[in-house]
Design a binder for this molecule. Structure first.
Ligand SMILES: *[C@@H]1O[C@H](CO)[C@@H](O)[C@H](O)[C@H]1NC(C)=O
Ligand SMILES: *[C@@H]1O[C@H](CO)[C@@H](O)[C@H](O)[C@H]1NC(C)=O
Ligand SMILES: *[C@@H]1O[C@H](CO)[C@@H](O)[C@H](O)[C@H]1NC(C)=O
Ligand SMILES: *[C@@H]1O[C@H](CO)[C@@H](O)[C@H](O)[C@H]1NC(C)=O
Ligand SMILES: *[C@@H]1O[C@H](CO)[C@@H](O)[C@H](O)[C@H]1NC(C)=O
Length: 447
């Protein structure tokens, strides 16, 4: 019994130690949860069955019914426990090691804790920063939202503007097209204008032509009017001439006696001839029958004498007045005894005034003969038996020739000589039976 008691006390003591050891181990482990867990699991695993067993044994011992039987078992168990104790010792050593490790771990942990603290403070500060940043972020996001809202409104405005631009560009397009059509129309208009300008140019040319033509026409009209005036004056002149003719021209083909009105003389009768050499001749001297005495004085030759039916001399004063008005031609018509006819023209027949002795001018000759006969008397003054104007010093050709005439050294031709002794030199002496002297305005030849 003593042994068992001792063993029991020993066992309890060991148990006690163990419990103390485990208790301290518990406290140590509590700082590190992982270690504690390991510890507990380990302790529990190793000690629990033992404890259970001990409880059971105690119960058995306390109950003390199978105490003897159990002692041997208990001894066995004790050996086992010793063994376990050995192991346990080892374990304890290990545990100690672990403990050291744990302590070191704690230190590390402390360091770690410090680090963690520092980290936490860092984290805190970081968190603060993050908070700040978050705040800023929220601010920014609100800003962003505002921005987005603005952007949206801007976008809508932009869209509107886009549409406006589209419309405007369409307008521009249509305007361009309109401009194109306008340009085409302008081009057309330009070509039309050019055509019109050409037309106008043509018109101007035409107008100029017409102007020139009209100017020509006007000039023509002027000329015509001048001619008309001329005609009228001539007509009135001729009418006047007809009323108061100074020549036989107005009477044309009407031969016979007509009345002339010549200034300085007035009205007087003349014999007009249109048979011998055309119309309008005044017969100024005629020898056709020999009934007239040509032995006449100055005054009679001045006045004129004889009959238009036979022989006559018109008169020197009348000849002077008539031939003073215009240029006259002289036509002489001679017929000799053998009926040969000699005609001659002088284109400037003119009788000067009485103061110049009624001198004879003939002009150019145009005829068949006896020019030299009459030419011999040119520029000679008229002479009568009572008016000696000839070139003969002693004596009067008019007395000798029995007639008044334009004597030189007397005569080559004396157409006033008494009938039967009428003569003219024509490359030889010819005796005449008929003489006519006629005058007509030189203008009449042109008409
Ligand atoms: C602007 O509006 C158009 C049309 O409604 C849309 O397609 C586009 O995404 C918008 N842009 C923004 C920046 O809102
Ligand atoms: C034509 O003549 C008229 C009158 O003489 C003148 O007024 C007009 O300017 C002239 N026209 C031309 C194109 O010469
Ligand atoms: C004759 O002519 C003059 C002008 O030379 C004129 O005054 C006069 O009236 C004329 N006489 C007649 C009857 O025609
Ligand atoms: C002609 O008249 C003159 C002068 O009067 C005269 O002497 C002469 O005899 C007349 N002749 C004849 C033929 O009558
Ligand atoms: C001369 O008279 C004739 C007819 O009388 C005429 O044909 C001719 O032209 C005259 N000649 C001159 C130079 O006048």
């Amino acid at each position: 019994m003593g042994r068992i008691t001792f063993n029991g006390i020993m066992l309890l003591m060991i148990l006690q130690i163990f419990l103390v050891a485990t208790t301290t181990g518990d406290e140590t482990c509590e700082s590190d949860r992982i270690m504690e867990e390991q510890c507990r699991i380990h302790t529990y695993k190793t000690v629990k069955p033992l404890l259970d067993y001990f409880r059971q044994v105690r119960n058995e011992i306390e109950q003390s019914e199978t105490k003897e039987k159990l002692i041997s078992d208990l001894m066995e168990k004790y050996h086992e426990i010793v063994k376990i104790h050995e192991t346990f010792k080892k374990e304890a050593a290990l545990l100690n090691e672990y403990k050291n490790k744990v302590i070191k771990g704690e230190n590390d942990l402390q360091l770690c804790q410090n680090k963690v603290d520092k980290s936490e403070s860092d984290i805190n500060s970081q968190q603060n920063i993050i908070l700040k940043l978050e705040k800023q972020l929220t601010d920014k996001s609100t800003n962003l939202e505002n921005c987005q809202v603005q952007l949206k409104s801007l976008n809508s405005t932009l869209i509107e503007k886009d549409e406006n631009i589209k419309r405007l560009s369409e307008n521009i397009k249509s305007n361009k097209e309109h401009q194109k059509t306008l340009e085409l129309e302008l081009e057309k208009s330009k070509s039309i204008i050019i055509k019109h300008e050409n037309d106008i140019q043509l018109c101007r040319l035409e107008n100029n032509k017409l102007n020139r033509t009209s100017e020509n026409i006007r000039e023509e009209q002027k000329n015509i009017q001048l001619k008309l005036k001329d005609c009228e004056t001539k007509l009135s002149q001729s009418a006047l001439d007809k009323l108061t003719p100074t020549t036989c021209l107005p009477f044309g083909d009407y031969s016979g006696v007509h009345q002339l009105n010549v200034s300085g003389i007035g009205l007087f009768n003349v014999l007009c001839d249109s048979q011998l050499a055309g119309p309008g001749w005044i017969v100024i001297q005629q020898r056709v029958g020999g009934n007239e005495n040509f032995t006449r004085d100055w005054a009679t030759f001045r006045k004129g004498f004889g009959s238009f039916e036979s022989d006559f001399f018109l008169g020197l004063e009348k000849l002077h007045r008539i031939t003073s008005l215009q240029r006259f031609e002289l036509y002489t018509h001679l017929v000799d005894e053998d009926d040969n006819t000699y005609n001659a023209r002088y284109d400037g027949f003119k009788i000067s005034d009485e103061d110049n002795g009624y001198a004879l001018n003939l002009g150019k000759f145009n005829g068949t003969n006896y020019e030299e006969g009459m030419r011999y008397h040119e520029n000679m003054k008229f002479s009568t038996f009572d008016h000696d104007n000839d070139k003969v010093d002693n004596g009067n050709c008019a007395v000798w020739g029995k007639s008044g005439w334009w004597y030189n050294h007397c005569s080559n031709c004396n157409l006033n000589a008494p009938y039967g002794s009428l003569y003219c030199w024509n490359y030889g002496f010819i005796l005449l039976k008929e003489v006519k002297m006629l005058i007509r305005p030189k203008e009449a030849m042109k008409k």
